[in-house]
Design a protein around this ligand. Structure first.
Ligand SMILES: Nc1ncnc2c1ncn2[C@@H]1O[C@H](COP(=O)(O)OP(=O)(O)OP(=O)(O)O)[C@@H](O)[C@H]1O
Ligand SMILES: [Mg+2]
Length: 234
């Protein structure tokens, strides 16, 4: 079976010249749960933004066998759900319901199915009572949960999370980790939360200065104090 995410020789510099990714090579199989860790500025978010084409690379990225060129972007976005680092980048509707319904509606589902999806996604993040609230008038952690629900409701094959536990209270964090553990989908999670890595993702990729410097078993890498220290992780 071919990998569901395949990245080869990917380089990226921002328009101002900042080098953000250097020679990234990566394969992730369907159903794998993978953590992406590294110090601030290592390139994690930049890499994630390439995976659903927010940043469009001309070559080097295949999602489910599809080259992430402009003509495939619609199909790729239907397969990859991304929860951004900042929930304000994700929430734009007048009500929580509309934000969580946006993806399923775009997928052309019936109203009945959309409502079922919205309810299930809000239940999953314990935000059932917030359907009619304005997304901008929520606390940081509440926004984060709604941002996660907007992606869960799409049930995409690949879920990409940028710092999903940042800003969550301990109970919400624990429940999110439990939820993610039960999902059958491929998960790629950028995080500074090594507890999440230990509990959820058998594989870890470490980035430093735009490069992948380690890729292997989370249990082994989390036990390697030298590599954690060198890469700003402890
Ligand atoms: N819009 C931008 N324009 C120019 N440079 C950028 C931009 N966004 C990020 N960078 C730079 O690209 C590099 C990688 O940043 P990125 O946001 O991918 O890091 P990160 O690993 O996600 O960090 P963090 O842990 O702080 O979220 C950094 O040097 C950063 O300063
Ligand atoms: Mg980031």
């Amino acid at each position: 079976m071919e990998p569901i995410i395949q990245i080869s020789q990917l380089n990226y510099s921002y328009p101002d010249g900042t080098i953000a990714l250097q020679d990234i090579n990566l394969e992730i199989d369907s159903g794998e749960k993978v953590a992406l860790v590294g110090a601030n500025g290592a390139g994690k978010s930049t890499l994630l933004l390439h995976i659903n084409g927010v940043i469009n690379a001309s070559k080097g990225i295949f999602i489910n066998g599809l080259n992430s060129s402009r003509e495939n972007l619609g199909k790729i976005r239907a397969m990859v759900g991304v929860v951004f680092q900042n929930p304000d980048d994700q929430l734009f509707s007048i009500t929580v319901h509309d934000d969580v319904a946006f993806g399923p509606r775009y997928q052309g589902l019936s109203n009945k199915e959309i409502n079922t999806r919205v309810e299930a996604a809000l239940n999953a993040v314990q935000m059932q009572g917030f359907r009619d609230r304005h997304p901008y008038h929520l606390s940081g952690g509440e926004k984060k949960r709604i941002a996660i629900a907007t992606v869960l409701s799409m049930e995409p094959a690949i879920l990409v999370f940028d710092e999903p536990t940042a800003g969550l209270d301990p109970r919400a964090r624990r429940e999110l980790i439990e939820l993610l553990r039960t999902l059958p989908q491929t998960l790629l999670i950028a995080t500074h939360d090594l507890g999440l890595v230990q509990q959820l993702t058998p594989r870890t990729i470490i980035m430093n200065n735009g490069c992948i410097v380690a890729d292997g078993s989370s249990a082994e890498l989390l036990n390697n104090k030298d590599i954690l220290f060198e890469n700003g992780l402890i």
